[in-house]
Write a new protein. Structure first.
Length: 255
């Protein structure tokens, strides 16, 4: 547990400006403790010889190393950003051999792979990731490379709520002219307030993506997020896309 808390302290320089309640909430310490204690009760029922302190130390070590998402359900995996990024890395490490072999899979096939790691992972998230690559007319039998799917899946899962809300805002601005795009500046002004409610990409990166042209389509916007090296580095679990199939699982942490 000390390792995990030290890790969260190192990641946030403004920690001294937060009161204890805000700090515990922002790093989900209470939820991790609750899950750890629940797991401890379960394993102690099966094996009373397990030492509570040793189990808790090992549990929080797994969290700091990102191994705590193995064999967990979707509710737990999506409950914190650290859990989400850990699962993204787990997926990459588990199936990157597919990329080495050059295999192309459908969205449903990628979903089947993800279900091996999380039995109740919803197809809707996988389908949304596929649409980043294939646009909104994506169909179930379209083939996608592992690398393209991985980086689209990363941003879709990590920023799922933000991207869903961004789509709603875009559709409201576009009305019946969605193919023509919307005014980039107006779209930026409307999505920036989301940064106070949702986990979002850094606002300076969103500004950069939306400052390239006067009008932008939602597809161009979300593809820009998926292909951004800066956002990939900010999430911090995958290497650069060009190195995805060359880096071993211990070689890159991204941040």
């Amino acid at each position: 547990m000390i390792v995990f808390i030290a890790m969260t302290i190192d990641q946030h320089k403004d920690r001294f400006s937060q009161n204890p309640e805000v700090y515990l909430k922002s790093h989900h310490i209470i939820s991790h403790l609750a899950h750890a204690l629940s797991s401890l009760v379960t394993v102690r029922d099966a094996d009373p010889k397990i030492h509570p302190f040793q189990y808790m130390a090992e549990y929080f070590t797994r969290i700091s190393e990102g191994r705590h998402v193995i064999s967990q359900n979707y509710e737990y995996i999506e409950s914190t950003q650290h859990n989400r990024s850990s699962f993204i890395k787990y997926f990459w490490q588990s199936f990157k051999a597919i990329g080495h072999h050059g295999d192309l899979l459908t969205a449903k096939e990628y979903h089947s792979l993800i279900e091996l790691l999380c039995h109740d992972f919803p197809f809707t998230v996988v389908q949304s990731a596929a649409k980043i690559i294939l646009m909104d007319d994506a169909i179930a039998d379209c083939l996608i490379s592992f690398t393209d799917f991985l980086y689209a899946f990363q941003v879709q899962f990590y920023y799922n709520e933000f991207l869903l809300k961004s789509r709603e805002i875009y559709q409201t601005l576009a009305g019946d002219d969605r193919l023509d795009g919307v005014e980039s500046q107006k779209f930026l002004e409307d999505i920036l307030p989301l940064t106070t409610t949702f986990h979002c990409p850094p606002s300076k990166i969103l500004t950069r993506i939306l400052s390239k042209s006067q009008k932008i389509s939602f597809y161009t916007y979300i593809l820009g997020i998926a292909n951004s090296d800066s956002i990939n580095c900010y999430i911090g679990v995958l290497p650069k896309k060009s190195l995805c199939l060359e880096t071993d699982s211990s070689g890159h942490s991204g941040g």
